[in-house]
Design a protein around this ligand. Sequence first.
Ligand SMILES: Nc1nc2c(ncn2[C@@H]2O[C@H](COP(=O)(O)OP(=O)(O)OP(=O)(O)O)[C@@H](O)[C@H]2O)c(=O)[nH]1
Ligand SMILES: [Mg+2]
Length: 305
Amino acid sequence: MFSKLKRLKESLAKTRDSLLGKISQIVGGRKLDDDLIDEIEEILLKADLGVAATDKIIQRLRKNASENNISDSDAVYSLLKGEITGILSRQKAAVISAEGAKPVVWLITGVNGTGKTTTVGKLAHYFKSNNKNVMIAACDTFRAAAVEQLAIWAERSGVAFMKAQSGADPASVAFDAAISAKAKNIDYLLIDTAGRLHTKANLMEELKKIRRVTEKVIPPEQILSKLIIDGTTGQNALSQVKVFTEAVGCDGLIITKLDGTARGGIMVAIAEELSVPVDFIGIGEKIDDLQVFEAESFVEALFEG
Ligand SMILES: Nc1nc2c(ncn2[C@@H]2O[C@H](COP(=O)(O)OP(=O)(O)OP(=O)(O)O)[C@@H](O)[C@H]2O)c(=O)[nH]1
Ligand SMILES: [Mg+2]
């Protein structure tokens, strides 16, 4: 547990610097007046907390400033921490479904390069480590390399793997995988899909088809659409969520690449502006660089690196 938090702290270093590092540079002993609040507002927006969450936090700062005559950085920090914790805590940590109907399908979607394939590999390892039977289906049939990449992940975590010939219809791979997963008593079927721009209608149609065809084998309530968001994309993440949700629903988000970015404030924007939970966060390229998202440890890592 300790090392998980330590790892999270390391990963959030850049975001911490861009947020609290900058704030500590400007606060130092100044009174929390309008000028200082304006400067804090600018930092929050630059760190990608988004307009809605920033407004909320700034309003609270103003209210407290007028009531309590705050003039030390500790007080500003604890106000910020309280507000950010409040926003992030709306997110419920993901739970692995216990003894429900099998298989549970996770349809992994997202725009190009967000980390879908890597996340499928990490998820396979995560579920396997929790004593679940896992199957990966490679439904990115555009790139031969994509299937290879996924085969390596499947081998690493020692899970079942279903692939197709390159150029095959991705929906037919999903269909075959669903039948096989059912027959093999698989707990989790992870379907990796090709990256697609949410603005390309034909590609979004293809995604709908994958879901529709899978539903011929597995009841819809056992099929969860999980959207992979690159944590460095900033506010565009919000429109990605909207469009993918319209196409295939969205039962949860996985935010990747939080390790390499100063823009981890996007987590706060997502929690404030969307009602979709964040299940996991990706904090590196290795197989165990995936953590269940928990608001408390995230805030602790952010404020107490
Ligand atoms: N630092 C870091 N890199 C990551 C993370 N997740 C994925 N990556 C890297 O991001 C790059 C793209 O990852 P992929 O898993 O291939 O992304 P994808 O969404 O499957 O890409 P397409 O299938 O082409 O759409 C790779 O270099 C990964 O190693 C993460 O959490 N942190
Ligand atoms: Mg991929």
